[in-house]
Design a protein around this ligand. Structure first.
Ligand code: FAD
Length: 316
């Protein structure tokens, strides 16, 4: 049966180029690779090793891992899982995809080219870090980006949150799900008056202060943050900090192919992950402006692979 399925799929289209190429080796791309491989599709996953998932020190909300799992280990397990069913991995940077469905060429910066019948973008996002001394030392440790991910572990803690305007106000209020000890740090960007009066009232009701001064020094213990000394002399002691400065989708390559994005650059997709360009799909953080989560990206990846197979590659 498996052999029969394999030959049926590699017989389509007539020139035999029935290869699904996934760009991105994070949880979404690797889950997509697993599903394609197990549907007997020739599968190539092209990626750099700078997955956002590798910034996760330990995730506690991936079902099936009650003791949590580090982002690095999750990635390696997902790779091994997809590899077991034949997915091929290519380390490299994609800078262009050209062509149309069945006849895409995925081009790397080093000159290699990979033919593809379908292409899935799972290229993720980049977090915008606050402008504080030695910021990269703290990312994923004392400095967090995602209270949905790890707010539970901050229950009752003293939290600072970086950002500006209404966005940081809403994120600060969200943090009250976990603690009533929240302080906003504008870090020299704008003023508390930039926040709408109604939101300012909500902040006051929850006892959330909004400090405008820049951070002069981070007080730390290794990569954990213990406090901030502000340029106006204020000392703020905290247990951890969050950034509400936002994320940048990595959608430039998709955009050059003509894939439509929203005003923030997130790829627009339908319920199956299909973009406006036939044969091109997108999954994971690069489509999720609001809910960037490992399991959400994996679910979208499974949906896209099943859909591509059922719609284009299956006889049934
Ligand atoms: C500190 C931190 C903690 C987090 N904790 C959790 C948590 O506990 N639980 C949870 O569910 N989520 C958590 N997240 C969010 C989670 O990391 C993301 O939702 C998840 O990694 C998204 O997976 P992805 O596959 O879409 O993108 P990524 O993991 O970012 O992978 C994107 C891939 O695309 C590749 N890529 C991009 N452009 C190119 C290109 N041009 N050529 C080749 N390759 C390219 C990258 O190299 C990478 O391999 C956390 C995030 C951060 C920052």
């Amino acid at each position: 049966m498996g052999q029969q399925m394999a030959s049926r799929h590699t017989g389509r289209p007539p020139d035999g180029r029935c290869r699904c190429v996934i760009i991105g080796g994070g949880p979404a791309g690797l889950a997509c690779g697993l599903y394609f491989s197990r549907l007997n599709c020739e599968t190539v996953v092209i990626f750099r090793e700078d997955q956002r998932a590798r910034l996760i020190p330990h995730t506690w909300n991936v079902p099936g891992y009650p003791d949590g799992i580090a982002g690095d280990e999750l990635i390696e397990r997902c790779k091994a899982h997809a590899r077991r069913y034949g997915a091929a991995f290519v380390n490299g940077e994609v800078d262009q995809v050209r062509g149309t469905m069945w006849n895409f060429e995925v081009c790397l910066t080093d000159g290699r080219e990979f033919p593809a019948c379908h292409v899935v973008f799972a290229t993720g996002v980049e977090d915008i870090p606050p402008d504080i001394p030695r910021v990269h030392k703290y990312v994923g440790r004392g400095l967090r980006h995602c209270p949905i991910c790890d707010g539970y572990e901050a229950n009752g803690q003293r939290l600072a949150i970086f950002g500006t305007g209404n966005r940081v106000a809403r994120h600060a209020l969200y943090l009250t799900t976990f603690t009533d000890r929240v302080t906003i740090l504008l870090n020299g960007q704008g003023s508390p008056d930039d926040i709408d009066p109604a939101l300012r009232e909500d902040l006051a009701r929850y006892g959330i202060r909004c400090l405008p001064a820049r951070v002069a020094e981070v007080l730390d213990e290794g990569s954990e943050i213990r406090g901030f000394l502000l340029e106006d002399g204020t000392l703020l002691e905290v247990d951890r900090a969050y950034s509400a400065l936002g994320i940048r989708p990595r959608s430039e390559v998709a955009q050059r192919l003509g894939v439509a994005v929203d005003e923030r650059g997130f790829i627009k997709v339908d319920a199956y992950g299909a973009t406006n360009v036939e044969g091109v799909y997108a999954v994971g953080d690069v489509v999720n402006a609001d809910y960037s989560q490992v399991v959400i990206g994996m679910g979208q990846a499974a949906t896209a692979a099943i859909h591509i197979h059922a719609r284009y590659l299956s006889e049934g």
